[in-house]
Write a protein that binds this ligand. Structure first.
Ligand SMILES: Cc1cc2nc3c(=O)[nH]c(=O)nc-3n(C[C@H](O)[C@H](O)[C@H](O)COP(=O)(O)OP(=O)(O)OC[C@H]3O[C@@H](n4cnc5c(N)ncnc54)[C@H](O)[C@@H]3O)c2cc1C
Length: 460
């Protein structure tokens, strides 16, 4: 073993550090399209103190560090672009505390959404969190780090807006608490009424610190959930339809999907509306409010509710919704990537035309999927393409299509979500120069040796 391997083994024990080819192969890639790059070492710590020691060692030796949750961001964010140490967070998976009445939970930095969901269902059935549709192994800390979105995003904003406290290992190796927990034993707010320092970390993809604990808000877990699908073939009306639905304030989540196959879906926009309630009466009331709100579109024959067969409901109500993962394998080669710019809902018509145009230009299987954020303040519009990993030509066509999406997103006022390194560069280039300088100051002060997830948010 090299000196570095020995030092790492001293920190976490021999079983939890590796520089073997097998591990390097897997940690070199994610399921998306970004080129692979091998780490020099993989380490799986159990405690924040171990992470502190790893970071101090990396700083002394000027070795890059890349934290990884489930590695499912798909846009290369956990690929060690400059080698170094990949810190796999999965052993830090404890649920530390649920505050039932204040409705928040504190978890360790490698805890997955699946683990938390199962724990709450078993122990606190009246509480729930905002579950994303990513595979259940996706971690809570990484999801808020990339400003993910989940089932409660329509009501409460990005999942990162639901953070109520952080514990971070800084690039210097110090542990720092962010929010009310910095002066109180309670983790009820990530900022207010203090200066909100969470922005020094959230959205930075681990380039300014490693989350070792995160607290998030929990919400009432109602006894029942149901789903309605409103269909229109007029994409130009979708923003108005969303405006009316969100005005009712009756809805848990709104997703829109449009795809060419199966043929029954072709040329239609499916606005999938999720509602929750504790009683049949509550659900019925909400359903009626939504139906009334859309009555005008029904009367003008611009759209209508699809009757959702009972056999389809469990699939739609699943959390996470596995149909997204199924689409990922339509081409039977296990390749899937989507670009999901955050953009105004009024851009829906042009975005949906663009994804169709790209699908036909590059001869690709595509799907458009949008998630409404915070009662229509904006949406994530996913330009999703599936591909066969054994078909380099198909992969190249997807790459080209996604490249076009990046330019297109900027041209219509969008902002990249979980931006690839190329998109980060484009964003930095376009950014207001004073904002860019501020980012530069933050990054340079926190991480003067540039060891934290290098390549990402490199603001010069
Ligand atoms: C089929 C499918 C459906 C999806 N649906 C959704 C969805 O509905 N909503 C959604 O938000 N996303 C979705 N995603 C995208 C992605 O899977 C999720 O956002 C997921 O939460 C990312 O978590 P992860 O643990 O896989 O992150 P990773 O890919 O492991 O990490 C993401 C970033 O966070 C950094 N990081 C990881 N852990 C830490 C830490 N402890 N401290 C500091 N930095 C850290 C990494 O270095 C990396 O930069 C989907 C993906 C797939 C494949």
């Amino acid at each position: 073993m090299s000196d570095i391997s020995l030092s790492l083994a001293e920190i976490v024990g021999e079983n939890y550090v590796s520089n073997e080819e097998e591990e390097a192969y897997f940690y070199a890639r994610d399921p998306g399209l970004m080129p692979a790059h091998k780490p020099d070492y993989v380490i799986v710590p159990k405690t924040a103190e171990e992470i502190q020691k790893i970071v101090r060692l990396a700083n002394k030796e000027k070795i890059p560090i890349v934290p990884i949750g489930a590695g499912m961001a798909l846009t290369g964010l956990s690929i060690p672009l400059k080698g170094g140490i990949v810190i796999d967070m999965k052993r830090m998976n404890k649920i530390i505390q649920v505050n039932e009445k204040a409705r928040y939970v504190i978890v360790e930095g490698g805890t997955s959404h699946g683990v938390l969901k199962a724990y709450l269902e078993k122990n606190y059935p009246r509480l729930r969190h905002s579950v994303p549709d990513s595979p259940a192994t996706a971690t809570i800390a990484a999801n808020v780090m990339i400003h993910g979105q989940g089932r409660l995003t329509q009501q409460y904003g990005f999942n990162s807006d639901m953070v109520t406290g952080l514990e971070i290992v800084l690039p210097s190796g110090e542990i720092c608490k962010i929010g009310s927990c910095s002066i109180s034993p309670e983790w009820f707010s990530k900022g207010a009424p203090l200066p909100d320092l969470s922005g020094l970390f959230l959205g930075w993809f681990g380039a300014t610190g490693i989350i070792t604990k995160v607290a998030i808000k929990l919400y009432p877990g109602k006894k029942m959930r149901d789903v309605e699908i409103f269909i229109t073939d007029k994409e130009g009306l979708v923003p108005d339809i969303i405006y009316e639905i969100t005005h009712t304030e009756m809805v848990e989540d709104i997703n829109i999907f449009a795809q060419p196959l199966p043929l029954i879906f072709k040329d239609n926009h499916h606005i999938t509306i999720f509602i929750t309630g504790d009683t049949d009466e509550e659900l019925e009331f909400k359903r009626k409010m939504i139906w009334d709100a859309l009555d005008g579109f029904i009367k003008s024959k611009d759209g209508g509710f699809m009757s959702v067969p009972p056999v389809m409901k469990p699939t739609l109500l699943d959390m996470p919704q596995k149909s997204v993962s199924r689409f990922a394998d339509v081409k039977k080669g296990g390749g899937f990537e989507y670009s999901g710019p955050i953009i105004l809902v009024e851009r829906y018509p042009e975005c949906s035309r663009k994804v169709m145009e790209l699908g036909s230009k590059y001869d690709l299987a595509y799907s458009a999927m949008a998630r409404i954020i915070g009662r229509g303040h904006c949406m994530m519009f996913g330009f999703a393409f599936t591909f066969n990993r054994a078909d380099p030509d198909m992969m190249d066509r997807v790459r080209k299509a996604l490249h076009e999406v990046s330019d297109y997103a900027l041209s219509v006022g969008g902002v990249f979500w979980k931006a690839t390194v190329d998109e980060q560069r484009l964003a930095i280039k376009r950014m207001d120069p004073n904002t860019r300088n501020l980012m530069h100051m933050i990054k340079n002060n926190l991480d003067p040796n540039g060891i934290m997830n290098p390549g990402n948010w490199e603001v010069t």
